[in-house]
Design a protein around this ligand. Structure first.
Ligand code: ADP
Ligand code: MG
Length: 615
């Protein structure tokens, strides 16, 4: 229930539309009642029953035993003046009046019905939009580790599919909790005013069939929740395949992937069939039960008309109309709780995202930092990932002076990437501190801290936008000359102008229209344009062929100029002129110094790695 209240809290900004919708709902229910009620004088006229008077005493009088006196009086008054108005003049005039009234009642009912739906849609869709935006906005605040643990497809499914389920429940409440009870009150009132005995009789018979109908609804809802989860699984498989399409092709795994996908769709298929079966059964079952109830009521009511003579035929028909109008709202209401449960489940899945605490956040009163002046220091830094206790970094200590080129080498899995990920606070150290200009980086505003750094990794990320926007990513309204200048420095200008639309060419998702080297040079141009004082290269050239590597290397050297640089390189030749080299092995710093010093150390890892490359 608390989840549900939380969903409703999103309705607040839309209270005006909601109020309008509720107002229209009230009018709708009243006019709906009026349109049915008008059938009584119509039928009475057509049957040429004696006008005005009921056969015996007024049914309203009979109802007095179960209704408060004031209500009886006012109902009586309304009825009297209504009858006076209608049943004056010739039969033709009466008929015309009734027909016009019916026309207006239906017109009004439908106009208000439309407006009610219109305003409610605004509320519903607005809430959905807000929840989606909140969830998406929150994703950006979550730490990297969150994305490693959650499947992408699952996250996508939550923000798309589950949010849709939540939407259904908003209308469930506002429509069902307001319109249906109102409709019930109106028609029950009409029924009571016609014959309280018959009403009482019907109220006893009706719930019996509604109970069965409600049960069918419950089963359907349960199935639909499971269906929702199955859909998320399908989305996950789909997402994994599309993002990894190259590997799937290269390994000839389409058969395997097809089978995996087919088994998911098969499960979905079976479940849907099961649902359809229940739904198809529900409809005839509901109809038959309704007819059973109807026949019982007609039999009893028919006796009141024909045998007892306490009820006019026109009133009896009006009564039947009212009672049958009661069925759908009662049916809806019996399902409300399930709808709430169902949407709460979906809501939970969405709110799970919103409730994941961003572990890496600004501390209160975080400091601004706009410049890097002296040094970066790792002070006894240890680190392990959330999912295991094994340390990936052990007591790492070093200092990088401003303007230096600092290199990290070591075998794969040694912890190099992890180490540079700590600097922009993608992760926080488990132990120890990282200092910039002797101040713990945790005390800085995260946005400021990240502005100090540019990162170029092996896996370049380009967005599905123009080349220009990719280079100027995150920098709005940048002058074109600057972008071109950066592209030139990154050795990218030449190939960009050869693209079909030059700088305005759209790059496919993840940059698939470009070669690895071209993508890398665009990402270097991006870093150049951002012009951060600290640059980090994580194996930026390792995925490239020799020729592009040369071009990229050249660009990197330009980028290093007048900057503090941290390089992780698989090719040791690229770091020969580094000011300082740190050799990492299994998370421990085992050697440090410059190239000339390290190459002298016999049996050292650096010497070994170096010789391995040039053997
Ligand atoms: P390198 O960049 O030197 O090749 P990494 O820093 O990527 O090494 O990885 C160091 C160790 O941390 C490896 O044993 C790797 O399996 C582990 N590791 C890397 N990323 C994660 C992660 N997100 N969660 C858990 N373990 C990780
Ligand atoms: Mg790495």
């Amino acid at each position: 229930m608390s989840t549900y209240l939380r969903i409703l809290s999103y309705v607040k900004p839309y209270w005006r539309h909601l109020a309008a919708s509720i107002g229209c709902t009230i009018m709708f229910a009243l006019l709906n009642g009026a349109s049915v009620y008008l059938s009584i004088p119509l039928l009475s006229t057509l049957f040429q029953e004696e006008s005005g008077q009921t056969v015996q005493s007024s049914p309203v009088d009979e109802a007095s035993s179960i209704m408060p006196a004031w209500l009886v009086d006012s109902l009586d008054n309304i009825k009297e003046s209504f009858n006076e108005f209608i049943f004056s003049g010739t039969t033709g005039e009466i008929l015309l009046k009734i027909c016009l009234l019916i026309l207006f009642a239906f017109l009004g009912k439908n106009v208000f019905g439309y407006m009610q739906a219109h305003f409610l849609a605004f509320v519903e869709q607005g809430v959905i939009k807000d929840i989606r935006n909140a969830a998406y906005g929150h994703l950006h605040k979550l730490p990297m580790s969150y994305f490693k643990n959650e499947k992408t497809g699952n996250l996508i499914s939550r923000i798309t599919n589950d949010v849709n389920v939540v939407q259904a429940s908003i209308s469930a409440v506002f429509l069902n909790m307001i319109r249906e009870p109102l409709t019930i009150i109106v028609f029950l009132g009409i029924a009571l005013s016609i014959s309280w005995q018959l009403t009482l009789f019907s109220v006893v018979v009706l719930p019996f069939s509604l109970f069965i109908i409600g049960w069918v609804g419950l089963t359907l809802r349960k199935q639909s929740t499971i269906l929702q989860e199955k859909m998320a699984d399908i989305t996950t498989v789909l997402h994994e395949t599309i993002t990894g399409i190259k590997i799937v092709k290269a390994f000839g795994m389409h058969e395997y992937e097809n089978k995996k996908f087919a088994s998911q769709t098969e499960g979905f298929f079976r479940l849907v069939l099961k649902m359809v079966r229940i739904r198809n059964l529900a409809s005839p079952l509901t109809e038959f039960l309704s007819v059973v109830v109807g026949v019982v009521i007609i039999y009893y009511g028919g006796q009141l008309v024909l045998v007892d003579g306490t009820l006019k035929a026109s009133e009896f028909l009006g009564f039947l109309f009212s009672i049958f109008q009661l069925m759908p709202p009662i049916k809806e209401l019996s399902g409300v709780n399930n709808r709430i449960q169902e949407s709460s489940a979906a809501g939970d899945r969405v709110f799970q995202i919103l409730d994941t605490d961003p572990t890496i956040v600004d501390i209160p009163n975080a400091k601004s930092i706009s410049d890097f002046n002296e040094s970066i220091t790792f002070d006894n830094v240890s680190f392990h990932y959330d999912d295991s206790d094994e340390l990936v970094l052990h007591d790492v200590n070093f200092t990088i002076k401003k303007g230096q080129i600092f290199a990290l080498v070591g075998s794969s899995g040694g912890g190099k990437t992890t180490m540079v990920d700590l600097l922009p606070r993608f992760f926080d150290p488990t132990d120890g501190r990282i200092l910039i200009d002797d101040v713990d980086i945790k005390t800085f505003k995260i946005d400021d801290l990240r502005k100090l750094m540019g990162i170029v990794t092996q896996e370049t990320v380009l967005f599905n936008e123009s080349v220009k926007n990719n280079i100027a990513y995150g920098l709005s309204d940048f002058p074109d000359e600057k972008i071109i200048e950066a592209a030139k420095a990154a050795n990218a200008h030449r190939f960009i102008i050869e693209l079909s639309k030059g700088y305005d060419t759209l790059i496919g998702e993840k940059g698939t229209k470009l070669s690895g080297g071209q993508r890398q040079r665009i990402s270097i141009a991006r870093a150049l344009l951002k012009n951060p004082p600290i640059m980090i290269f994580d194996e930026a050239t390792s995925a490239l062929d020799n020729e592009s590597e040369l071009l990229v290397q050249e660009a990197i050297e330009r980028l290093m100029y007048d900057r503090t640089t941290i390089v992780i390189a698989h090719r040791l030749s690229t770091i020969r002129n580094a000011d300082k080299i740190l050799v990492l092995d299994k998370g421990k710093v085992i050697q440090s110094g410059n190239h000339d010093q390290l190459i002298e150390i016999k049996n050292g890892l650096y010497k070994k790695l170096y010789e391995m490359q040039f053997r």
